[in-house]
Write a protein that binds this ligand. Structure first.
Ligand code: PLP
Length: 286
């Protein structure tokens, strides 16, 4: 079956799905995106992803490409046309197509919207989570506005590639003061000796992950303590557990940082529990 993409108002087979060379996403990375998990054919946490999309668009002063209701329809239709049961949904909005000039294009330039959906092997992801992933640390080198989910991801690309080249699954950015900010495409967490979950406040230095927000709700519901504060790599190396969160990874145990095993070097019980219960708490679409 040929995959179908939604591109600026049309559902097209992949080989015909293309954007203009003067699209500002291509020229300037002038756009934003979202990634949602699809589970049993339903979009996970769609409402929150669309709210964050609105916020990202607002921060960049890109007009919404369509109403949230229409966009919700396009998302579900893209999942359906691609017959995705288990997988990922990707959507990208750019400032549209215009003659190349850094300043905003003329008023009325229509934002460009692309939506794709693909199937992923859930069993493979579970096998990976049972083993856990290694993480490397890299110097933070991104701009300050990482709270906006922009498509300008070159530092993230280089960080993730550096991780891959050492056999690790993720890279954690570390700021000038030695505090972990977040992963190349995930939020970073550790568990203290007392069993508290520690993650950096979303006020600066990180993207406010939707999965992170759901973990906050799970923690509240199950009486787990969360300490929302920055932590250093040293503290992470001494932690009882470490893990990352992202729509693409749910809750993924971290078993090694820069080659040093965390605790006994196996996925920790809290990370495993949060992963197992995640979908009972996340909002699953109709
Ligand atoms: N931080 C960064 C830089 C990301 O790219 C992502 C997800 O891709 C996250 C955090 C986690 O966000 P979410 O849980 O909404 O997927």
């Amino acid at each position: 079956m040929s995959r179908i993409a939604f591109v600026n108002g049309r559902y097209l087979p992949y080989r015909q799905a293309a954007v203009h060379i003067e699209d500002r996403g291509y020229q300037f990375a002038d756009g934003v995106y979202e990634v949602c998990e699809v589970r049993e054919g339903h979009i996970v946490d769609e409402r929150r992803h669309l709210e964050r999309l609105s916020r990202s668009l607002g921060e960049l002063r890109i007009p919404p490409p369509m109403t949230p209701r229409a966009l919700g329809f396009v998302l579900r239709e893209t999942v359906r046309l691609n017959r995705v049961r288990e997988g990922l949904l990707y959507l990208q909005v750019t400032r549209g197509v215009a003659r190349r000039e850094h300043a905003f294009p003329p008023a009325g330039t229509r934002p460009a919207l692309v939506v794709t959906a693909r199937t992923r092997d859930r069993a493979k992801a579970e096998t990976l989570a049972e083993a856990g992933i290694a993480v490397i640390t890299v110097a933070e080198n991104r701009w300050e506005r990482v709270d906006i989910k922009t498509i300008a991801l070159v530092p993230n690309v280089l960080a993730r590639q550096a991780a891959r080249e050492t056999g690790a699954g993720e890279a954690w950015f570390v700021d000038e003061e030695g505090f972990v900010t977040e992963g190349a495409a995930s939020n970073a967490w550790i568990v203290t000796e007392e069993g508290a979950l520690v993650t950096r406040p979303a006020e600066s230095g990180i993207l406010r992950g939707i999965t992170r927000t759901v973990v906050f709700e799970m923690a509240a519901a199950s009486g787990l303590k969360i300490e929302e504060r920055p932590f250093r790599v040293d503290e992470a190396l001494q932690a009882r557990e470490a893990f990352v969160t992202a729509a693409t990874q749910i809750v993924m145990p971290v078993i090694k940082i820069d080659g040093t095993p965390i605790a006994d070097g196996k996925p920790g019980p809290l990370a495993r529990m949060l992963r197992a219960r995640f979908h009972a708490v996340a909002e699953i679409g109709e």
